[in-house]
Design a binder for this molecule. Sequence first.
Ligand SMILES: [Ca+2]
Length: 307
Amino acid sequence: MTKQLVLMDHDGGVDDYLATMLLLTMDGIELLGVVVTPANCYVQSAVSATRKIIDLMEFSHIPVAESTVRGINPFPTLYRRDSFIVDHLPILNQRETITTPLVAETGQDFMIQVLREATSPVTLMVTGPLTTVAVALDKAPDIEAKIHKIVWMGGALNVAGNVEKSLEAGQDGSAEWNVYWDAISAARVWQTQIEIIMCPLDLTNNVPVTSELVYKMGRQRHYPISDLAGQCYALVIPQDYYFWDVLATAYLGHPEFYQLREWETEIITTGLSQGRTKVVPSGRKIYAMDKVDKEAFYDYILQQWAR
Ligand SMILES: [Ca+2]
């Protein structure tokens, strides 16, 4: 069986590390590298934590690259500091040195290089804003042909966004954070012919991180990866936390757990709805993950992290 080529682009939130940890357990995937987009994190910490996780999981040949793109609306500091905490977790600091390479090029240049050199089209697994992808496409339009599809956690189609409604900030509450950070770049990707399969808040709102599940991760205590996953979720369980990036990423391992639905959409880039993924007639066709077999998903992640 030939493996599915994947390049991951995450933005350093707690959920992003867990998505990376899940991707690394998938047998049918060949992970070509991990790009860190400086959005829901402090990027030095996020790059460091990512490399330590890859070391811990014994895949230290997989390169990590730091994207230097910029967004428009910064993520809240409260979320971004999680990257600093994760980078300090004891289980990630049992070794003095990091083996997983940090490439010299920027994340956007690394993305171009990986796609150009790939022997067949590559799936982009994006769990943060689409800015690095958009910048890479602007710099090297030829790479579009090398992108098999984009699987993306982002957007809110027929539910409210997760950016708080605020007159002061000029936001009506319809935007999802990964779009809102840089809606112009999301709109840029929307202009391509690339197949987009998104995991919107419409679905993730139904898949919470529950205490019961975090306790179950703890009971798999002989497995360091399950222990790390439980520690990461323990950090964020006081917030209303959902399987965002992890739910999107699990699609690569088990697409049959999901039902997709096609929508016609546009990205709103200005005004009070800046960052909204709006359903409009004759808009850009995308697939959204519409339903998921929750029990199968919960069982899957517990099983994959039992190592
Ligand atoms: Ca993320």
